[in-house]
Design a protein around this ligand. Structure first.
Ligand code: GDD
Ligand code: MG
Length: 364
């Protein structure tokens, strides 16, 4: 039974935390905040906003800090997406809990759905809300199971689905069930987070809410889920949107082996596979093969280049017959003809690698 029957518009505020520095995605995040990186040819955050809108939530507050201005420049007041977007800037980053507390004044509803701004998921948001209402929870957490829980918040639950502990990034997690980065708060709990100082929602707020005896419930599902914080996850996540493995209302009906912006120039005999996305004004030379990769706006791929599972940032150039696999090529960087780069190499923005016949690798 749900105490709040599903309607086309839900009386829920969405809060999205987008203030992190995106350190693990450097150098892509040197000039662009992580949630604004092109993913299947849209800023990542736009996919999340479209899912929020599709769930019937229209009021969205973004908690920004790092490169705060970029978000408002792109999304404005949100009306083009049918949303009402507000921005609250932390001049000094306040952490995940501090960021949530900092938007308190903008909240209008008793129910607040908070999102980490870097999670790609196909979860039914209304199902999470229904769990929250039907269990009359103070706090509901979306939880998923992963093969290696150590990089996440480990969240054990009892047989009734109540959360029993919150263990952020522990080396010896007692369960593979983790915090998926989406929470439904009763608004009054947010007022209890200390103001004007750095607070980690994971390390401080959740343990203290649990200790105070509030009803904290887990909503576990098996829908697609991925944290986009590392290059390999970012590149696979983008490809999964393009291929329709991860849902996004923005590409519905257009999924397949690749998405190519209409302003890109693709020569004959080019193979675009595995969920590759090709941004605005990209030029791809004859005979190139690009597999499972993300090519940002204005990049140039010269003839015969082969690129796999890699990110080529805006304005970068990949020389003729170069081979690139599992790499990040920074903004405006240039990789010379015939170069072979692989094994997680990251080329910094503007760096130029001369033409070569040499193989670069971080492999042992
Ligand atoms: N406003 C604001 N202020 N946002 C912040 C701040 C801040 O000081 N610090 C981080 N964020 C935002 C990031 O931009 C990101 O969208 C989100 O908060 C989570 O930060 P990450 O840095 O990506 O955290 P994580 O991936 O290591 O861990 C978190 O997410 C996991 C799931 O993806 C934790 O919540 C884990 O418990 C969780 O399992
Ligand atoms: Mg993350």
């Amino acid at each position: 039974m749900t105490s709040n029957p599903e309607t086309s518009t839900r009386d829920v505020d969405a809060v999205i935390l987008v203030g992190g520095r995106g350190t693990r995605l450097r150098p892509l995040t040197v000039n662009t905040p992580k949630p604004m990186l092109p993913t299947a040819n849209y800023p990542f955050l736009q996919h999340l906003l479209a899912r929020i809108k599709a769930a019937g939530i229209t009021h969205v507050v973004l908690g920004t800090s790092y490169k705060a201005e970029v978000f408002e420049e792109y999304f404005g007041d949100g009306s083009q997406m049918g949303l009402e977007i507000e921005y609250v800037v932390e001049t000094e980053a306040l952490g995940t809990g501090g960021g949530i507390r900092n938007v308190y004044d903008r909240l209008r509803s008793e129910t607040v759905m908070v999102f980490n701004g870097d999670v790609l998921a196909s979860t039914d948001l209304n199902a999470v809300l229904d769990t929250h209402y039907s269990k009359q929870a103070d706090l509901t957490m979306h939880l998923v199971r992963v093969s290696d829980p150590r990089a996440y918040g480990c969240v054990p639950t009892d047989s009734n689905g109540n959360v029993t502990a919150f263990l952020e990034k522990t080396e010896d997690p007692p369960t593979d069930q983790i915090n998926a980065g989406c929470y439904v708060f009763r608004r009054e709990l947010i007022a209890e987070i200390p103001e004007n100082r750095v607070v980690s929602v994971e390390r401080e707020t959740f343990p203290s809410i649990l200790q105070s005896g509030r009803k904290v419930v887990g909503h576990v599902d098996t829908a697609y889920w991925r944290d986009m914080g590392r290059p390999d996850d970012f590149v696979h996540g983008s490809a999964d949107i393009v291929r329709g493995i991860a849902d996004s209302p923005l590409v519905e009906g257009r999924t397949g082996e690749s998405i190519v912006d209409e302003t890109a120039g693709v020569a004959g005999g080019v193979l675009l596979l595995g969920g590759t996305s090709v941004g605005r004004g990209v030029e791809i030379g004859a005979g190139s093969r690009i597999d499972g990769s993300v090519i940002f706006d204005g990049a140039t791929i010269e003839p015969g280049a082969q690129i796999r599972d890699s990110i080529v940032a805006a304005g970068a150039r990949i020389g003729a017959n170069a081979h690139i696999s599992d790499c990040v090529i920074g903004e405006g960087a240039s990789v010379g003809a015939r170069c072979e780069l692989q094994g997680g190499m990251r080329v910094w923005p503007g760096v130029s690698i001369p033409d070569c016949g040499v193989r670069f690798s971080t492999d042992a």
